[in-house]
Design a protein around this ligand. Structure first.
Ligand code: SAM
Ligand code: DTB
Ligand code: SF4
Length: 331
């Protein structure tokens, strides 16, 4: 078992502070809006080009029938969501989809499997997919569930750039959302990924009925990892029918989302913060405020995995009006 923040002196210098207290996160989050935005924008400008965002595209390479019980997810076999489970896609089909995503403006291609953890024989196919997608000149990301250190090393050898594995929520709320694997299981996988030399992508979801303390607790957890993740996806829960979250969730106040993004930016200054699921519910103005607050990555494409994303033209149009550059082009 690996403790959160157990090893602080790794070889690369970590500019993030790494020892955030929940009260500090609360104090930042509660600043007058203009002060919070000013601080977030200043941190953002010191670390990134504020007029550029990263574009990533998702593909569900193995959909549904998942043995985990994540209470928000359409793909869990524990709930009747009406989703048809599929087998692992062929490598050629994955590469053809990646090629189309590249042509549509995606720089990174994220291949996602609804698994608790990959079987070693599946990993052969996954490694082939990673090498082939990398061969197209795209950055690669996979999300396959929990890994062993050996599996992480194999993915690194195949040329994997990023591994996505979310902490999802705060330590306190976690047990209300997932019972089939622990938060520590997830933290262990993140550490194996880090030790293998792969960049870490980890974030979570808001809008599942959690409290503000849980949202900030999630940011504290991420910022205090041995090294903060290189990518931090912030997902707004995308509604799916038939899962337990349905009954409890209220969509978060838009200003609360902007405050959370700004707080994430300040707490993890070097991380790319991705405005992930849930953009379909957001106005252009809300997304613009999130970019001002320091979000600098989005998923593009009309679908995420099983739910909707804004259409390509709407995204291209928004970015053009904001003068934000990306690999996404206006059709
Ligand atoms: N099975 C793998 C795992 O859980 O690590 C990978 C796939 S899972 C779909 C990846 C992440 O997507 C989850 O950890 C969760 O944060 C996010 N996610 C899943 N369903 C979502 C939904 N309905 N709305 C927003 N985010 C969601
Ligand atoms: C992440 O944090 N968000 C992506 C990616 N990592 C794998 C997934 C979003 C899924 C949204 C729900 C769906 O489309 O099924
Ligand atoms: Fe399975 Fe991942 Fe969905 Fe959880 S989030 S049910 S592990 S696909």
């Amino acid at each position: 078992m690996i403790a959160v923040g157990a090893i602080r002196n790794d070889s690369d210098s970590t500019p993030a502070r790494g020892e955030w207290e929940r009260a500090e996160a609360e104090a930042l989050y509660s600043l007058p809006f203009a002060d919070l935005m000013c601080q977030a924008q200043s941190v953002h400008r010191s670390n990134f080009d504020p007029n550029h965002i990263e574009t990533a595209s998702l593909l569900s390479i193995k959909t549904g029938g998942c043995p985990e019980d994540c209470a928000y997810c359409s793909q869990s076999a524990h709930y009747d969501t009406g989703l048809k489970a599929t087998r692992l896609m062929d490598c050629a089909d994955v590469v053809a989809t990646a090629k189309r995503a590249k042509e549509a403006g995606a720089r990174r291609f994220c291949m996602v499997a609804a698994w608790r953890s990959p079987k070693d024989r599946d990993l052969d196919q996954i490694c082939d997919m990673i090498s082939a997608v990398k061969g197209l000149g795209m950055e690669t990301c996979v999300t396959l569930g929990m890994l062993t250190p050996k599996q992480a090393a194999r993915l690194f050898e195949a040329g994997l750039d990023f591994y996505n594995h979310n902490v999802d929520t705060s330590p306190e709320f976690y047990g209300k959302i997932i019972t089939t694997r622990t938060l520590q299981d997830r933290i262990d996988t993140l550490e194996y990924v880090r030790q293998a030399g792969i960049n870490v992508c980890s974030g979570g979801i808001i809008g599942m009925g959690e409290r503000l303390e849980d949202r900030l607790g999630m940011l504290v957890l991420l910022a205090n990892l041995r090294k903060p993740p290189e990518s931090v996806p912030i997902n707004l829960w995308n509604e799916v029918k038939g899962v337990p979250v349905n009954a409890t969730a209220d969509r978060p106040d838009p200003i609360a989302l902007v405050r959370l993004v700004a707080t994430a930016r300040i707490m993890m200054p070097k991380s790319v913060v991705r405005l992930s699921a849930g953009r379909q519910y957001m106005s252009d103005e809300l997304q613009a405020l999130c970019f001002l607050a320091g979000a600098n990555s989005i998923f593009i494409g009309d679908v995420l995995l099983t739910t909707k994303n804004p259409e390509a033209n709407r995204d291209a149009n928004l970015l053009a009006r904001l003068g934000i550059t990306s690999a996404l082009c206006l059709k």
